[in-house]
Ligand binder design. Structure first.
Ligand SMILES: NC(=O)c1ccc[n+]([C@@H]2O[C@H](COP(=O)([O-])OP(=O)(O)OC[C@H]3O[C@@H](n4cnc5c(N)ncnc54)[C@H](O)[C@@H]3O)[C@@H](O)[C@H]2O)c1
Length: 276
C-alpha cells in the first residue's frame, strides 16, 4: 500500500559514519556553478578552507583578470579547477560532471549558484529578457539539480546540493525591481522542496541559501554609497552590505555532515535586512 513500503534506511543514508561532529569538508569534491566571480568564488574558497579536496567552477568562460576564482586557484594550487559549461544547456553540465568523475571518481556536493538579473520596471521586459532570466535562474538550477541527482544515484552514495536563492525569494526589492528575477528566485524554493521530498530516501539532501545585499557586481552598480547608507538605515539589521565570504559558512554547513538531517530548507543570510 502506498506509504507503507518498508524503506531500507541503511542504503545511502545521510547519517554520518563518524560519531565525532564533522563541520568541515575533509576530502570532499565540490562542483559550483558560476564560481568564477562573486558569491560562487567565495563558496569555492570557503569549501577549500574547510578541507575540501578540490572544487570546480562550472562557468561560461575561463576565469581571468579580476575574476576572484583566479585568486582561489593561486591560494590553493592544484585544488581549484575550471570547467566550461552553460547551465541552460544540460549537455554541457553532463559533460562537465563526467570530466570531474573521470578525474576524481566521485562528487560529494554540488552548488547551483549561477544567476543573472536585469533591473527595470515590470512592464519593460521583452519576452527575450524574460526567457534569458528564466533559462538561467530557474531552468539552469533544475538542469544542475537533475544532473547532480543522476550523478549521486549512479554513484550509489549520498550527496548534498545547495541552491543560491535570494532575499527576494521571500520579499520584494522595491528600490531595484526585477520581476523575472523575483519570480525565478521564488520558484526555486519550490524546486528545492520537491527534489528534497523525492530523493531524500536515496540519501540526497538539497537546501537553499538566500543571500541579502552582498557586495558583488550584481548588486553594487546601481546605487551610490550614500544611497546604500540611507537604504540600509531604513532596513535596519547590521546596516551594511555583506561580503561574499560571509555566506560561505552556510554553504559549507549544508555540504557537510553537520547538516546530515537537514533537507528541503532555506537559510536567509541577510544581516537582518528585514528588521524594518
Ligand atoms: N550579489 C547579491 O547581492 C546577491 C543576492 C542574492 C542572491 N544572489 C545570487 O547569488 C548568485 C551569484 O551571484 P553574484 O552576486 O556572485 O553574481 P556574479 O555576476 O558575480 O556571478 C554570477 C556568475 O554566474 C556565471 N553565469 C552566468 N550565467 C551562467 C550560465 N548560463 N552558466 C554558467 N554560469 C553562468 C557568471 O559568469 C558569473 O561568474 C546568483 O544566483 C545571484 O542571483 C546574489
Amino acid at each position: 500500500m502506498l506509504g507503507k513500503e518498508k524503506i531500507d534506511y541503511s542504503t545511502n543514508s545521510t547519517l554520518p559514519t563518524s560519531r565525532k561532529l564533522e563541520t568541515g569538508l575533509p576530502g570532499k569534491v565540490i562542483l559550483i556553478t558560476g564560481a568564477n566571480t562573486g558569491i560562487g568564488a567565495a563558496i569555492a574558497k570557503g569549501c577549500l578552507d574547510a578541507g575540501a579536496k578540490s572544487v570546480y567552477s562550472l562557468d561560461l568562460k575561463e576565469p581571468s583578470g579580476t575574476n576572484e576564482f583566479v585568486t582561489v586557484q593561486a591560494e590553493y594550487p592544484g585544488q581549484a579547477f575550471y570547467l566550461n559549461g552553460d547551465v541552460t544547456k544540460i549537455e554541457t553540465l553532463q559533460k562537465a560532471f563526467a570530466t570531474v568523475l573521470e578525474k576524481e571518481e566521485t562528487i560529494d556536493g554540488v552548488v547551483a549558484n549561477a544567476g543573472v538579473t536585469i533591473r527595470k520596471g515590470a512592464l519593460e521586459y521583452t519576452p527575450e529578457e524574460w526567457d534569458f532570466i528564466i533559462n538561467v535562474n530557474l531552468k539552469g538550477v533544475v538542469n544542475t539539480c537533475n544532473v547532480a541527482v543522476d550523478t549521486f544515484l549512479s554513484l550509489r552514495k549520498p550527496g548534498s546540493i545547495v541552491v543560491t536563492a535570494s532575499m527576494v525569494s521571500h520579499g520584494t526589492n522595491k528600490s531595484a525591481p526585477s520581476l523575472p528575477y523575483q519570480a525565478t528566485k521564488s520558484a526555486i524554493l519550490g524546486v528545492v522542496r520537491g527534489f528534497a521530498a523525492e530523493f531524500g530516501p536515496q540519501g540526497i539532501r538539497i537546501n537553499c541559501v538566500s543571500p541579502g545585499y552582498i557586495q558583488t557586481a550584481l548588486t553594487t552598480y546601481h546605487l551610490t554609497d550614500d544611497m546604500w547608507d540611507y537604504k540600509l538605515g531604513i532596513w535596519g539589521g547590521l546596516h551594511r552590505l555583506g561580503e561574499p565570504r560571509e555566506l560561505a559558512g552556510t554553504y559549507v554547513y549544508f555540504l557537510s555532515d553537520a547538516s546530515s538531517f537537514t533537507s528541503g530548507v532555506d537559510i536567509k543570510v541577510h544581516g537582518a535586512t528585514d528588521a524594518w
